[in-house]
Design a protein around this ligand. Sequence first.
Ligand code: ADE
Length: 263
Amino acid sequence: MKITILTTFPEMFTPLHTSMLGRAERAGLLTIREVDIRAYSKNKHHNTDDAPFGGGAGMVMLAQPIVDAMRDVQGEDFRGRRIYLSPRGQTLTQKKAEELASEEELILLCGHYEGVDQRALDLVIDEEISIGDYVLTGGELAAMVLTDCVARLIPGVLGCETSAETESFSSGLLEYPQYTRPREFEGLTVPEPLLNGNHREIEGWQLTEALYVTLKRRPEMAEAWLSGRKFSRAQKRLVDAVLERVRQETQEPADEARNSEPG
Ligand code: ADE
């Protein structure tokens, strides 16, 4: 997959070329390229922004350098998706990342200041994506988040295929807790089922804990997972036990309060 990032701050992207993604690039699984929008500015001082029509605070990014950069980068018969990172966009989800991972090429546009001239978006952008309901100073960090989360879905990038398998086993749930050596740390021990080498027992524990943490922290997510799934008899027993554990825990404080009421 090829990901090109149009930005006025290309120096911000060093982290994308290190660690797992750096290794994936060296292995030829992925190409990440930053393109400096400023280099396309036909303005005398290579400006990339100007004051907004209608007044107001801040500056707006000029359409010309963005449109020229995009057309140069995308070439003749571009097949892929051109995305503008913006808090106005559709929120990035794992499902969206999976959809984008199947594209041959992505071009990401990073905005700055108060935004981008709408005509640039109308002319050369296919969709807007937000990484969450908060506002960053620019689209660069959002482009890095999107790139990382899409790139790890490309086969071979994670380096070990079982990582993807593990995800499908409990996909739609939050991650179960993980442990490594030593077996005991500051008096805290590793849960017994993880130590005995019985794979069925380990998977049962992992499913149980993933469901438990999801029910506690993201009940709506657990609900969706539970309703869209068929369970074997053994899995059903595990699921029922977790539901009972959470039910008891949520009841306990109410019971305690009732018991301590006077009279
Ligand atoms: N640019 C500024 N804030 C953003 C956000 N939340 N998501 C994507 N791009 C942004």
